[in-house]
Design a protein around this ligand. Structure first.
Ligand code: GLU
Length: 420
């Protein structure tokens, strides 16, 4: 009889992964399932990136490496963050490289937060502020690391964005971490530079007064996938909070590299150096370096693939137009236009209380997604685990062809029309 740790017993499985795997299993069983579940671009990794990895593999770059890889690769990422994102005082020593954004987030949370065991005498549980709906892994990972999550609610009417004022009100002397994500997974919306600057000023003010330990983790995985006219802004570029901000990024989404598992963090100055050393200590006891022959591929992606990234961005922009238009025509669906990433996150709650053609009671996003998958073979992700108003929403990942989007929206429309 296995006694699973209480830590894992109380850990919620990832609903994005669950629905993604379910759709794949049904497809393998021969069912014509259209999956909008995974946050995964349908584009293949650009050839230049593959070639760099193949060359390194054939040349025998297959041994252990330093925890964060070779200095050249870290320097390329530091230069990217300096030139493109304006992060000040960011050098190779300020870069950690991990097996994906989720891995970086996991290590960062364990570096920043104490639980009651590690906290020592007088332990006060650190508070983690998360505007919700938010990606399903933030809350569980912050909690695993010991954080007390304080959700900041947002709504579809404000594009799912927390205001600087809401954040100011949520900060206490116990606030340790604020997690921001723009463009947003699951909402597909973006903060404007002005909104982020206002939030940055609130953080700076709080740091100088009631919350000296506050840090910001800015998840910018989708920074390259923007098409709504709002420019991407890195909050870590603000001098007043640069030395308390961690910029999180990775190669999965922008370069069609989800399966490679490559994420990284960048940070600034003395704060960033200390943070990155702590990341190395933790990752050094966890997994050490990522696959050795992928480091040259990281350099190739960052320095040689701008045109491929632009081609993919344009495709996402066209797909966003299609899905924004199709959702606007469906009855009882309230949607905030996607302007970044590749997600639509419509409010479907007007249909709660109805019954599907197959006799399923639709009383939640989960029951809607179950019925839609089983009866109309379309996989969305139910919004409950994204937090806040997410329980009234479903997430539709439109990282697939326009043809599939049309077909999926046809089926979704038929499903809604069949509700009684
Ligand atoms: N980040 C992607 C998503 O939200 C991949 C799955 C996951 O790690 O959650 O679908």
């Amino acid at each position: 009889m296995l006694s699973v740790s209480r830590r894992v017993q109380s850990l919620k499985p990832s609903v994005t992964i669950a629905f993604m795997n379910r759709a794949k299993a049904m497809q393998r069983a021969g069912k014509d399932v259209l999956s909008f579940a995974a946050g995964e671009p349908d584009f293949d990794t650009p050839q230049t990136i593959k070639d760099a990895a193949i060359k390194a593999l054939l040349a025998g770059q297959t041994k252990y490496m330093p925890t964060f890889g070779d200095p050249d690769t870290r320097a390329v990422l530091a230069k990217k963050l300096t030139d493109e994102n304006g992060i000040p005082n960011c050098t190779a020593d300020h870069i950690s490289i991990s097996a994906g954004g989720k891995h970086s987030l996991f290590v960062a949370c364990h570096v920043l937060l104490d639980d009651s065991n590690s906290g020592g005498p007088g332990y006060v549980q650190p508070e983690v502020l998360i505007p919700v709906p938010a990606w399903v892994s933030y809350v569980p990972i912050a909690q695993l690391a010991g954080g007390k999550v304080i959700e900041i609610p947002t709504t579809v009417d404000t594009g799912f964005k927390a205001s600087a004022e809401q954040i100011r009100k949520a900060i206490t002397p116990r606030t340790r971490l604020l997690i921001l994500n723009s463009p947003s997974n699951p909402c597909g919306t973006m903060y404007t530079p002005e909104e982020l600057k206002a939030i940055g000023r609130v953080v700076a003010e709080a740091a100088a007064t009631i919350a000296p330990d506050i840090t910001v983790l800015s998840d910018e995985l989708y920074e390259k996938i923007i098409y709504g006219g709002i420019p991407h802004f890195s909050i870590g570029s603000m001098p007043e909070i640069a030395e308390r901000t961690i910029t999180l990024n990775g190669l999965s989404k922008a370069y069609g590299m989800t399966g490679w598992r490559i994420g990284y963090t960048g940070s600034s100055g003395a704060f960033g150096k200390k943070f990155t050393e702590a990341m190395a200590t933790y990752q050094g006891q966890m997994s050490t370096n990522i696959t050795s022959f992928t480091y040259p591929a990281i350099r190739a992606a960052i320095t040689q693939c701008a045109s491929e990234v632009e081609t993919m961005r344009q495709a996402f922009a066209a797909r966003a137009e299609v899905i924004n238009a199709r959702l606007a025509k469906l009855p009882g669906i309230k949607n905030a236009k996607a302007t970044g990433a590749f997600y639509a996150f419509p409010d479907v709650s007007a249909h709660f209380g109805k019954t599907s053609k197959g006799g399923r009671k639709i009383d939640s996003a989960m029951s809607m997604c179950e019925a839609l998958l089983e009866e109309n073979l379309v996989a969305f992700v139910p919004g409950e685990d994204f937090g806040g108003c997410g329980k009234n929403h479903v997430r539709i990942s439109f990282a697939c062809s326009e043809q599939q989007i049309h077909k999926g929206m046809d089926r979704f429309g038929e499903f809604l029309a069949g509700l009684t």
